[in-house]
Design a protein around this ligand. Structure first.
Ligand code: GLC
Length: 468
């Protein structure tokens, strides 16, 4: 089985969020399971010079998108046994931002059309093109149009981002046939919705956890696409994400003050001391540190965290926030740091080194998401012995079980309220006061595995289902 995996980002070349982690680790697991998987990405200007220097130039061609006739170069790089292709067009990708440019529709229409046009020109022929999120949603739409020779899988990593554009923009930029709109395949109100089109036109559709797959039938979670999901339920499934366990390994991570593992966990306290020093959190190491590492946006539950800062401090715990996002939340947490020096720390930034220091140095990891397709942070947290406190939603529900149940790894709550979250937090603080019980819980998390091996088999099963 040959699979071309198309995405807007993949670690370690370029990463803005969870999709980058998945695209940077699932293909490797698929290759290890015997499925020849290669990745295709835009050649962003932001990709490090050191990677660019290793790339091999393959070919150039021209790609037609609506009325535009566009240069398209192709480069190749082998990394950790996986082949990566990079699509070059300096005008579209030689910019500062990965996403969030005014002409994103045009940039990713070009990328998607480039993937479609390059398929017969690669030195290898995929059976399946596996597309991810709205940036690649035009690929299954175009491939269906061109006869369905290549089968397509479309994975939804987060339904909040749909690639929705006014009809007039769509006509000029995508040049799609009118019938796709008039039959409702791409139509959403009076706009064109690329995600909706991909859900209808792909041979199989998946999302990143079984619970989120169920939730997407519910208007509360589906952001207007619940009927599209229901219409396509016959080809829709949820497959939980794994974690790159070699990359996220407290026993070997070079970014930690000290390495540790379930067999020798002493280093975790040294990491806590280092974190306290880095963030100015004092030296009373008996006090639990509760951490959030996330984009600071509403659907990650930061309205609850913002509403609970005083309560958390009143309970004697310390709060560490790391991330950027809505100015509103950035301001609230920066202000909380000023109000509670030494008790609240807000790093309004994104830094990989600091993020790993927080995972390793914290005791509890708070993720009160309103919705969460899968979530990777809770997996990283468990792997680093920071016990998760999560809302039981989407992938959080599938990966964290509440304390007291069998093989439990953390604390969960259902009610999306400050009171609901504090209930779980109080339970965690109660267990914290029993050091032996806490140690057992923490060691259990350190031993837990989130390997890609099982999910990779489920993906291969999905590829087989559509190619036989
Ligand atoms: C998105 C989702 C997150 C998921 C990730 C990878 O970032 O918000 O829940 O883990 O994609 O699939």
């Amino acid at each position: 089985m040959n699979v071309l995996f198309a995405a807007g980002e993949a670690a370690p070349f370029i990463k803005t969020g969870g999709l980058g982690d998945v695209a940077g680790s699932l293909p490797k697991a698929l290759c290890e399971a015997g499925c020849d998987t290669r990745v295709i990405l835009p050649l962003y200007g932001r990709i490090d010079e050191a990677w660019r220097n290793q790339m091999e130039y393959l070919l150039y061609t021209y790609v037609d998108v609506a009325w535009r006739h566009l240069y398209c170069g192709l480069f190749r790089l082998e990394f950790e046994g996986v082949t990566y292709y990079f699509v070059d067009n300096e005008f579209y990708f030689g910019r500062g931002k990965v996403y969030g440019e005014l002409d994103d529709a045009e940039r990713f229409a070009f990328f998607s059309k480039a993937v479609v046009s390059l398929l017969p020109r690669l030195d290898w022929t995929p059976d399946v093109v596996h597309c991810n999120d709205w940036q690649t949603a035009l690929i299954p739409i175009w491939l269906r149009e061109f006869g369905g020779f290549y089968k397509t899988v479309f994975t939804i990593h987060n339904i909040e981002y749909q690639g929705r554009y006014a009809k007039i923009v769509s006509d000029d930029v995508f040049g799609l046939p009118e019938w796709l709109y008039s039959t409702g395949i791409t139509r959403f109100d009076n706009d064109v919705n690329l995600l909706k089109g991909a859900i209808y036109q792909a041979d199989a559709v998946s999302t990143v956890s079984p619970s989120y797959a169920r939730e997407l039938l519910d208007p509360f979670y589906a952001c207007g696409l619940e009927l599209a999901i229901a219409d396509n339920a016959y080809k829709f499934r949820g497959i939980i994400n794994g974690l790159d366990e070699a990359r996220y390994d407290p026993a070997a991570d070079p970014l930690l003050a000290e390495n540790y593992s379930a067999a020798s966990p002493e280093g975790k306290l040294i990491c806590k001391q280092a974190l306290c020093e880095l963030l100015g959190l004092g030296t009373d190491y008996e006090t639990p540190i509760i951490a959030c590492v996330s984009r600071l946006v509403g659907h990650k539950g930061f309205d609850l965290v913002a509403g609970a800062v005083d309560e958390i401090v009143a309970r004697g715990a310390k709060l560490v926030i790391l991330g950027t996002g809505d100015k509103y939340f950035e301001g609230i947490f920066a202000d909380a740091e000023r109000r509670y020096p030494g008790r609240v720390s807000a790093s309004i930034m994104y830094s990989e080194a600091r993020a790993m220091a927080v995972y390793a140095g914290s005791d509890m990891f708070l993720m009160p998401s309103r919705s969460e397709p899968c979530g990777l942070s809770q997996l990283i947290a468990m792997r680093y012995g920071s016990v998760p406190i999560v809302r039981a939603v989407g992938g959080l529900r599938d990966t964290v079980t509440n304390y007291g149940t069998e093989n439990s790894g953390g604390f969960t709550f259902d009610d999306y309220t400050v009171r609901g979250m504090l209930g779980a937090l109080d339970y965690a603080l109660q267990i914290w006061r029993d050091p032996a019980a806490w140690r057992e819980l923490m060691l259990g998390d350190l031993r837990r595995s989130f390997s890609w091996a099982a999910p990779a088999e489920e993906y291969i099963k999905m590829y087989e289902d559509i190619t036989r």
